[in-house]
Write a protein of this length. Structure first.
Length: 292
């Protein structure tokens, strides 16, 4: 991980922790290369999951380390989720890492599992929000004192002005837990309105990641993420997708692209794999959702 506050507490004794890949200003390149080499020696493969909103110099550092080591055992996985959603995804991959999946499958599972994380925030303003489409009317309402906005970044962007008659954003259609990180914004709307509307089975409290104010464009927020808490269901989701072998580096993968070398599947294999993965998503949401 690229930030220590994105490493959530484990859910059980089997879930391993995550290693921190520090920013350039926090560690010189030589030490960063040494740390990565040690991780490869200890674990065989490294999956570096990071946000698409990471600072450019930090992302360049990750690519430089992989280039210097000339290693095909380092997967750099960029994810377009807000910070709290990434923290949830990291913990899910940590859970899957002790299952009988190969490193290539675990790394490429990040894209699949991100579709099952409903990540958003309650904001006091969307005037500086550039991660989710914001209309001119919403920008204008941001200047009204006391305005609050419920924004969902993924899996589908949504923006709702919070009010007595307003419906909450559409949520997951399967059983989830809700992780809530309260910032300086004084509101219980997420716990009292959103959680019941989304029919979450448990609410957990966490700390606001350091990068959240920059990602959301304001520090006055309450960030939240609904997710699948059951490792057995996560395992079934990943195991249900057909596995392929990368034609370039021979790593095992699911989806349409290798997470280790970024090579796409060849054309004859890409279409069936895409259909298989999409079918799995629809089945969970419409018919195979877990019971209460």
């Amino acid at each position: 991980m690229t930030s220590a506050d994105l490493v959530l507490p484990p859910t059980d004794q089997q879930t391993p922790t995550a290693a921190l890949l520090q920013a350039p200003e926090a560690q010189v390149l030589e030490l960063a290369i040494g740390d990565m080499h040690l991780l490869l020696e200890q674990h065989g493969h490294v999956i570096a999951l990071y946000s698409s909103g990471i600072r450019p110099e930090h992302e360049r550092r990750l690519h430089s380390i992989r280039s210097v080591l000339e290693s095909d055992r380092i997967a750099l996985v960029k994810v377009d989720l807000p910070p709290l959603g990434i923290a949830v995804l990291v913990r899910q991959l940590r859970q899957l890492s002790v299952c009988d999946f190969s490193p290539g499958v675990v790394a490429s599972a990040a894209r699949l599992l991100s579709h099952y994380i409903h990540a958003g925030a309650l904001l006091n303003s969307v005037a500086k929000l550039d991660r989710v489409p914001v209309g001119l009317k919403s920008h204008a309402k941001s200047w009204v004192p006391g305005s609050h906005f419920a924004v969902v970044a993924g899996p589908e962007p949504q923006l709702v002005k919070v009010g007595p008659a307003a419906e909450p954003p559409a949520g997951p259609r399967f059983r989830t837990h809700l992780l809530v990180a309260r910032g300086p914004l004084q509101s219980n709307w997420v716990q009292e309105t959103l959680a019941p509307a989304w029919k979450v089975h448990a609410v957990h409290e966490g700390a606001v990641p350091a990068d959240s104010p920059r990602w959301w464009g304001t520090g006055k927020l309450v960030e939240f993420a609904a997710y699948l808490p059951d490792i057995s269901l996560l395992y079934q989701l990943v195991a249900s997708v057909r596995r392929e072998k990368c034609h370039w580096c021979a790593m095992e993968l699911i989806g349409d692209r290798c997470a280790f070398c970024s090579a796409p599947l060849t054309a004859p294999l890409a279409a069936p794999e895409t259909r298989r993965a999409t079918t799995g998503v629809l089945q969970l949401e419409a018919g195979n959702r877990p019971g209460p």
